[in-house]
Design a protein around this ligand. Structure first.
Ligand code: NDP
Ligand code: 8X3
Length: 250
């Protein structure tokens, strides 16, 4: 039987590239995000390859998450693979100069959003004793770097939750993995720098950054191992990057 994947943050970057590789591999898709037009465009494109439905909601709004998931058509209610990918950094500054709205956004989206979606989808997995959850963390979840403070804290929380989910869901035969990327060239830095395209571009110049497709390919590898194989997590860098802060730029 075909598998069904629920991908948060499918309107851009890693989530979108994951949707594309899953569609090529005949996985049915539930595409999520806030930008409805992008969801529709992607649904139109990928429907040529597989069955696709979309859900427009903000992961940080608990009621929206619950309502959206309850609205899934019956033939999309069995979810085999959850990709907890929606997230962003908001701002890059010292703790003393940090913006509290940015902190709220990062904790609400990257941590609480991931929890709300997981809480809504886990019951149908535990009921079937089957399922796969892939959490998209970050190198920021393994290291703390200057000015990264709250984003790093949110991704350290994802790292902890990845371990916690695997422990608690172990008796239910559910696989739980995380991918922790270094620099990936997506809209991520545009969001972090609040639309400052010049600043965002500078993050990815002078070396070859990871592309969203590189991470999507690894996600696909992780979910296609035999069922008795569970990769705890993978840290993935561009070759030019050695740690969160060491980058071999031209
Ligand atoms: P993008 O900015 O390209 O994509 C972010 C995605 O998250 C979008 O689809 C966006 O959709 C969605 N999203 C953001 N906020 C919300 C929200 N409140 N509710 C619902 N969806 C939301 O960035 P990436 O693809 O790079 O990021 C994907 C994940 O990868 C994130 O968790 C990020 O932290 C992580 N990551 C990224 C790295 C990088 O260097 N790019 C490195 C390490 C980890 P929409 O705006 O339509 O809602
Ligand atoms: C995104 C990569 O290095 O900006 O998570 O934290 S980094």
């Amino acid at each position: 039987m075909k598998q069904t994947a629920f991908i948060t943050g499918a309107t851009s970057g890693i989530g979108k590239a994951t949707a594309e590789i899953f569609a090529k591999n005949n996985i049915r898709l539930i595409l999520c995000g806030r930008r409805a037009e992008r969801l529709q465009e992607l649904q139109h494109k990928l429907s040529k390859l597989t069955q696709v439905t979309t859900l427009q909601f903000d992961v940080s709004k608990r009621n929206e998450v619950e309502k959206a998931i309850k609205s899934l058509p019956e033939n999309f209610q069995q979810i085999d693979i959850l990709i907890n990918n929606a997230g962003n950094a908001h701002g890059l500054s010292t703790i003393q100069d940090g913006n509290i709205d940015d902190w709220d956004a990062m904790m609400d989206i990257n941590v609480k959003g991931l929890l709300y979606v997981s809480k809504a989808l886990i019951p149908q997995m535990t009921e079937r004793n089957n399922g796969f959850i892939v959490n998209i963390g970050s190198i920021a979840g393994k290291e703390v770097y200057p000015n990264g403070n709250v984003y790093c804290a949110s991704k350290h929380a994802v790292n902890a939750l990845n371990k916690a989910m695997r422990i608690d869901l172990n008796k239910h035969n559910i696989r739980v993995s995380a991918i922790h990327p270094g620099a990936v060239e997506t809209e991520f830095s545009e969001v972090r720098f609040k639309g400052d395209v010049k600043k965002a571009k500078a993050v990815y110049t002078g070396y070859k950054a990871l592309q969203a497709e590189d991470i999507a390919d690894i996600i696909h590898f992780v979910i296609t191992r035999p069922y008795h194989v569970n990769i705890e997590d993978l840290v993935v860098y561009p070759t030019a990057q050695a740690t969160a802060t060491i980058m071999n730029k031209n």
